[in-house]
Design a protein around this ligand. Structure first.
Ligand SMILES: [Zn+2]
Length: 86
């Protein structure tokens, strides 16, 4: 009896394992699918660089949500420092 239960459990585990592996087969698709849209780009208002939204630093400025590529840009923008583009 115990062997039978063990065998059934083994089959179940194998089934779920296989199911899990098949589900995750298209790895590229897995990367695209997520909570966020990774391809969505936002522009840094300070240095004008486009950055993926998920990596951008979010900052609410005057009821507007702005995205920055780095803390440096964020601080400089908030302080309204001129961009030192030589
Ligand atoms: Zn920047």
């Amino acid at each position: 009896m115990f062997r039978l239960i063990f065998f059934v459990l083994l089959i179940l585990v194998l089934y779920y394992l296989l199911h899990y592996l098949i589900k995750d087969m298209p790895f590229s698709k897995m990367k695209v699918k997520g909570k966020h849209e990774p391809e969505e780009l936002v522009q840094d208002p300070y240095c004008q660089t486009y950055i993926p939204k998920q990596f951008a630093l979010k900052k609410k400025v005057e009821r507007q949500v702005l995205y920055f590529c780095s803390e440096k840009c964020m601080e400089s923008y908030v302080r309204k420092e001129p961009k030192n583009s030589a």
